[in-house]
Unconditional design. Structure first.
Length: 168
């Protein structure tokens, strides 16, 4: 995983990873301190916004992914739990998720990966909790990276396509 990996997650758990001013006075003090060290906060924010727009517009992969892959990416699967992992064949993997603890309108999701070329799911993975995921283009389809907890694992699956089956 490129972004939402174990190191990022551990750092995010540390108090102070993101600091937010609780009062206007604290905010103004932070701006004054930034100016003292030669930092132009407004310019820095403008530069970051422009860099984001430049990167997002030119590097969006959404149009190049199959619709089911986009739908998988857009589901909020944080706090869903793996109830089963089944390897149907050499290139087909089925992961069933209990989504009752998520903000989705469904309780169960069966995710069938077809044309699987790589998979790093450990044995006996039932009970793992989905934390976050990212999707990238792969040579012959897409690459899904998922950070799980209990066990704390980064899982990667490269596949040609995915089928999503909702069950309530």
């Amino acid at each position: 995983m490129k972004y939402f990996n174990k190191d990022w997650y551990k750092e995010m758990q540390v108090s102070g990873f993101l600091n937010f001013s609780e009062t206007v006075e604290e905010w103004e003090e932070m701006l004054r301190e930034s100016e003292k060290i030669g930092m132009d906060y407004k310019q820095r924010m403008d530069d970051l916004e422009q860099a984001y727009k430049d990167n997002y517009n030119s590097n969006s992969i959404k149009e190049r992914l199959a619709q089911n892959v986009v739908q998988l990416y857009e589901y909020s699967l944080h706090d869903s739990q793996v109830t089963s992992v089944e390897r149907r064949s050499k290139d087909t993997i089925i992961i069933t998720l209990d989504c009752s603890g998520t903000f989705n309108e469904f309780d169960k999701l069966k995710v069938t990966f077809t044309g699987v070329s790589k998979c790093s799911i450990p044995e006996n993975f039932e009970g793992a909790w989905w934390l976050c995921h990212e999707i990238d283009l792969a040579e012959d389809g897409f690459e899904l990276g998922v950070l799980f907890d209990c066990p704390f694992e980064e899982v990667m699956i490269c596949a040609k396509n995915v089928l999503l089956e909702i069950d309530n």
